[in-house]
Design a protein around this ligand. Structure first.
Ligand SMILES: C[S@@+](CC[C@H](N)C(=O)[O-])C[C@H]1O[C@@H](n2cnc3c(N)ncnc32)[C@H](O)[C@@H]1O
Length: 350
């Protein structure tokens, strides 16, 4: 089989989002303060800025906060990174479900809560896109939109009653897709934040999906090769070449770990699968190292493994990226074909 070149990286799935221009900036801090106060997060107390750069300010602060010893901010990013990740995961899992006799195997290394608040930054085009898709879901739920004109993610949002206060993690989206397909889900959710365990256990308690508490790095080597079609998806904060300050980030040593555990998965002829790695807000100086490392990972996963990289602009020159690996190039092509229009919202085809 011909190897996929990493130059696919260059084909962006959307236009780079510009930094927030200040629209709605005044509402940004007060609403963030109110929203985040519920999570007892001290950083927001000093976030009194109501300047045009307020939304950027909040993004920067929350990232610093995460890295300063309080990494488990309990909110999903409400931005294009979420849309890229969840639309790609949904597309992949629907294809894998087509191949499954009765069930698929799911592994999420960074599970999050089943549903979380979105951290919305008014004025950020990514936030507006997420909100627009949530609104479309709500219209669909109330019978005010044509179902056939909606992409799967909007259909999922509609049926799962998604809102900015109730945004699903990947596992819930996979469960929704499996139920639609009349198939089951087995697998493992890994999560290191104790305050999220109870919700995850409640959500998956009587199922064949188990929660493994703690850091994914400890659990990874104990995973066995799946006998059903599989999706292993990773949602670290970002990729970094710096000495790791936060174990929520991914680095080159982590990709080596993945190669060791997952090479046998890709070598197995019994089950087709897909590995997805999403990194949010990748800084320019980290982009080339990330490309290099994921290409190196592809080689280490096996000569028949293909890779495709999706990307969408984050704030400023940063990128949200997703690297997808599979032995089946057609699977990667089908996932990419979900993203084919010039804007991220437009590109989520019905
Ligand atoms: C890393 S965050 C990423 C969030 C996502 N990119 C977003 O902002 O929408 C996702 C989840 O991973 C968990 N997490 C972070 N580091 C982890 C680790 N080393 N092992 C397992 N879970 C981890 C966090 O507690 C959080 O619930």
């Amino acid at each position: 089989m011909q190897r996929r070149q990493v130059s696919r990286w260059a084909s962006s799935v959307g236009k780079a989002a510009t930094a927030p221009d200040g629209r709605g900036a005044k509402a940004c801090c007060p609403s963030s303060v109110e929203r985040l106060a519920r999570y007892r997060e001290p950083w927001n107390e000093s976030c009194a800025a109501t300047t045009p750069t307020c939304a950027v300010h909040c993004v920067t602060r929350v990232r610093r906060y995460r890295r300063s010893g309080y990494p488990d901010v309990t909110m999903a990013e409400g931005n294009d990174g979420n849309l890229l990740q969840h639309a790609a995961e949904l597309a992949a899992v629907m294809l894998l479900l087509d191949r499954a006799a009765t069930r698929i195997r799911l592994v999420c290394t960074h599970a999050m809560r089943p549903f979380e608040d979105l951290r919305l930054a008014p004025g950020d085009p990514g936030t507006e896109r997420v909100q627009s898709l949530i609104r479309r879901g709500s219209l669909l739920r109330r019978g005010l939109a044509d179902r056939r004109a909606q992409p799967p993610i909007v259909q999922a949002f509609a049926e799962m009653e998604v809102s900015a206060e109730r945004y699903p993690n990947s596992a819930e989206l996979v469960r929704w897709a499996a139920q639609k397909a009349g198939k089951g889900v087995t697998g493992v959710l890994m999560e290191r934040a104790p305050e999220k365990w109870k919700d995850l256990e409640r959500a998956w308690g009587n199922t064949e999906v188990t929660l493994w508490r703690g850091c994914w790095r400890t659990h990874l080597p104990t995973l066995s090769v799946p006998s059903d079609p599989w999706l292993l998806t990773m949602d670290p904060m970002t990729f970094s070449t710096a000495k790791r300050r936060d174990s929520a980030d991914l680095d080159a040593a982590d990709l080596d770990r993945l190669a060791v555990t997952l090479a046998p998965w890709f070598a197995c002829d019994v089950s087709v699968g897909l590995l997805a790695i999403f990194c949010y807000g990748l800084q320019p100086r980290q982009q080339e190292p990330f490309r290099r490392e994921i290409e190196r990972l592809r080689t280490r996963l096996g000569t028949e493994v293909h890779m495709d990289a999706l990307q969408v602009g984050a704030w400023g020159p940063n990128l949200h990226v997703g690297a997808l690996f599979s032995r089946e190039q057609s699977l990667l092509r089908s996932v990419r074909s979900t993203f084919s229009a010039p804007s991220l919202e437009g590109l989520l085809k019905a």
